[in-house]
Write a protein that binds this ligand. Structure first.
Ligand code: NAP
Ligand code: GCO
Length: 289
């Protein structure tokens, strides 16, 4: 082999080695190895999909649900996915229970590095038909609880030099629609709570961001996708398809990559941002009839 081709060969080998090292360094930014992630309300749905993604990136998963039967169902689902998650019964609106949960997790699993405030409810009722109690229930789970759980984990994050908080916001953090006044008020507030946590604790290397899913096919939106008696699409289903450039409902798995990004070192300089994962809904006036 000529001297020239030896040198060229060595050069391309070195280039390949550099490229591999650069790729490893980049992928390393997305590694959650050794991290403990608490995903609230994650027996199924969006929470489960996000927890699975964080686990696939190396995190140890902890989740909670309201009842033992739901926790057990979630544990079985995680086992089926090859994930050894830890599950606990805890109502995220109960500050004492949340404090006890965080202490128990720290003792049994480890300090919480990543918090995903996912647990949420919705009540679709015209505002003037909605009781103040119903309104309060939605605000309690969708806005007060992220405050409660964030407040429970931040001190330990500060002590350990930082952490990640991801709040699951919504299209309704930006838009209103009929029958979801409480939910929109909560999710709009959650957007601003996200920005405030980022503002107040960014100096402690805590990044707090939001994910704003579009319309995702989960039990929460099942009523909006039910087939009509004649087998046709639910009107709201057709509406969302027309409003989404991607012309489809999202799947919970569509949130996996964005969640890993916001939970990882790759987003260490991203703070107070709401990452909309909506197939383009917020950018689109909607398909003309
Ligand atoms: P989902 O299928 O209704 O699941 C919600 C989860 O939260 C359930 O596991 C539920 O537990 C749990 N939960 C409710 N209240 C709780 C409480 N007080 N304490 C502990 N856990 C509680 O909802 P999803 O569609 O997966 O949505 C998850 C999050 O994404 C919610 O915050 C929702 O607002 C948001 N989101 C959803 C969509 C969408 O299109 N699906 C879009 C944007 C944002 P139980 O099983 O015990 O009820
Ligand atoms: C609704 C839906 C939405 C989705 C989601 C959209 O009734 O409009 O439930 O609120 O859940 O929040 O981002």
């Amino acid at each position: 082999m000529s001297e020239h081709s030896n040198a060229a060969g060595a050069k391309s080998a070195a280039a390949a080695e550099n490229a591999a090292a650069a790729a490893n360094a980049t992928m390393g930014q997305f590694c959650l190895c050794g991290k403990v992630a608490l995903v609230t309300g994650a027996s199924y749905g969006i929470g489960f999909a996000i927890a699975k993604a964080l686990s696939d990136a190396g995190a140890r998963i902890v989740f909670n649900d309201l009842k033992q039967e739901f926790v057990d169902r979630g544990l079985a689902a995680y086992r089926d996915a090859g994930i050894g998650a830890a599950g606990y019964v805890c109502d995220v609106t109960d500050e004492a229970a949340v404090g006890a949960l965080v202490a128990r997790v720290e003792g049994e699993v480890g300090p919480i590095d990543i918090l995903v405030n996912n647990a949420g409810i919705i009540k679709r009722v015209p505002m003037c038909d909605m009781s103040a109690e119903e309104f309060r229930q939605v605000i309690d789970v969708d806005l007060n609880a992220p405050f409660i759980v964030s407040k429970a984990v931040i001190p330990s994050m500060i002590k350990r030099g930082g952490g990640k908080i991801i709040n699951i916001c919504s299209m309704m953090s930006e838009l209103g629609r009929e029958t979801v006044s409480a939910y929109a008020a909560a999710k709009g507030g959650l957007k601003m709570l996200t920005r405030n946590i980022a503002s107040e604790y960014g100096a402690h290397n805590i990044q707090c961001n939001g994910i704003g899913p579009g319309y995702i096919a989960t039990p929460q939106t099942a009523p909006l996708r039910e087939r009509q008696p004649d087998g046709s699409r639910h009107p709201f289903d057709s509406f969302i398809i027309a409003k989404t450039p991607a012309a489809r409902w999202g799947e919970a798995g569509d949130l996996a990559g964005p969640a890993v990004f916001l939970a990882s070192a790759a987003s260490d300089f991203v703070n107070g941002h709401i990452l909309y994962v909506d197939g383009g809904i917020l950018a689109y006036i909607g398909k003309q009839p």
